[in-house]
Ligand binder design. Structure first.
Ligand code: PLP
Length: 419
């Protein structure tokens, strides 16, 4: 459930009519709903009611906007970060350092140092090499870094290849059959307290069974690590729960997910960490766009909108589907190709889509754009960066300015010697 609904024929974000935002801020623009973010945060937490000891760390990469992070920090959420830039955002938004998990397969030497200096709650180590490097840095700084070892369980999450992370040939974590030996080696390093294991098998999971298998594998791992004398106090189950992108699409609910997790982990006696991203932010945002013009096509007309693949990359990157509707539907529809202005055929949001009838100047929205939307934006084709707005009841604020193409050009220079 979200708070983007039609009232008297006009789509609103909570109590704010979208045409008002388009008028004041311009298009394209991302619009987030605070009430929806808070609702999703609560539903996810309620789903885990039977998990006694837990930390829910929002996956910052899904929506790193400071205001969004603040909303979730106020809900008691921590942050799962995959770069020092994300760590800085989480801290700036008010997330306590001890509630920050630092994940990622390529943390650099300086990121490890900065992470330790920031007092990160847990480093999720993704390789023996990284663990040894972290241990050495921590020892030099005279501290002990709290860590978990990320395991690659070799489970096919059944999602899109580019967002699958738990198969043996994916770059993430250490292979499960080597994990015991690597854990032993790293646990003996003085600079780290290796206190647990972590897993994250992929994103937009539509079926809980691969996840359940991965969690069971992790449970056996915990048992065997304890058998080898290691104290295991924390297990990180990652994120990955999917969201409906099509109206009426059925996905496992946070309650079903939570019940499965509680059942499988009931005797583990650990603190569980969760890293949801998409399920919190996905349906809490839309991308508001304006139709530039409608062009005749060989088969269907092209509805050319002012948003493009640089603003919302998911369709171009993953062939992802986003519902596309008019802000003020006229009650008739059309079959059209929905495209952006970028000079690439990949800049196509949908082909042969049955949609509301639209003409030049009309406003429309891509739904479910709150996760992996603005955060993946680029300035390709010398387009600026799309702004972001957060709505709260009948008020709203611009929480990220539009960065004009000119400002990006200002950061470039032609050297003197290039006459
Ligand atoms: C991307 C990512 C997440 C979040 O995934 P969602 O599908 O958005 O829930 C969580 N943990 C790690 C390590 C990730 O890379």
């Amino acid at each position: 459930m979200d708070h983007f609904e039609y009232r008297s024929g006009v789509m609103h974000a909570e109590d704010v009519p979208l045409p008002r935002i388009a008028q004041d801020v311009g298009t394209p623009v991302y619009v987030y709903s605070r009430a929806t973010l808070e609702r999703h945060a609560k539903v996810f937490r309620d789903g885990l009611a039977d998990v006694p000891d837990k930390l829910i760390a929002f996956a910052v990469k899904s929506n790193p906007n400071l205001a969004v992070l603040r909303v979730l920090a106020n809900q008691g959420y921590g942050a799962d970060c995959v770069s020092i830039g994300e760590v800085r955002r989480a801290l700036a938004a008010g997330v306590a350092a001890e509630k920050i998990v630092f994940s990622g397969v390529g943390k650099t030497h300086s990121e490890l140092i900065s992470g330790i200096e920031a007092g990160i709650g847990q480093f999720n180590i993704e390789s023996e090499e990284e663990g040894l490097e972290l241990a050495e840095i921590a020892a030099q700084l005279g501290v002990v870094a709290q860590c978990a070892l990320r395991i690659n369980p070799d489970v096919d999450a059944g999602t899109h290849d580019k967002i699958s992370t738990g198969k043996a040939d994916n770059k993430f974590g250490v292979p499960i059959d080597q994990a015991g030996q690597i854990f032993g080696k790293l646990a003996s390093q003085p600079g780290v307290n290796l206190r647990g294991v972590a897993v994250h098998i992929g994103s937009q999971l539509g079926d809980l069974s691969p996840l359940e298998r991965a969690i069971e594998e992790l449970g056996s791992m915990v048992t065997s690590l304890r058998g080898a004398g290691h104290a295991i106090t924390h297990v990180d189950l990652g994120g990955g729960l999917g969201v409906p992108y099509k109206a009426g699409e059925e996905l496992p609910s946070p309650a079903q997910y939570g019940a499965m997790v509680a059942r499988v982990t009931k005797d583990w006696g650990v603190k569980l960490i969760f890293e949801p991203g998409r399920v919190i932010a996905g349906n809490a945002g839309i991308l508001l766009t304006k139709v530039v013009r409608v062009k005749r096509g060989i088969n269907d007309p092209f509805v050319i909108v002012d948003a493009a693949m640089n603003d919302l990359a998911r369709p171009a990157l993953y062939g992802a589907y986003h519902d596309f509707v008019a802000v003020e539907p006229r009650g008739s529809d059309m079959t059209a190709n929905i495209v952006g202005p970028i000079c690439e055929t990949g800049d196509t949001f949908a082909m042969g889509r049955l949609t509301d009838r639209l003409d030049a100047g009309d406003l429309a929205v891509f739904r479910t754009a709150g996760a992996y939307g603005a955060t993946m934006a680029s300035s390709y084709n010398s387009r600026g960066f799309v702004p972001e707005v957060l709505v709260d009841g009948d008020r709203y604020a611009v929480v990220a300015d539009r960065i004009e193409a000119g400002a990006i050009m200002d950061a470039e220079r032609v050297p003197d010697w290039l006459t």
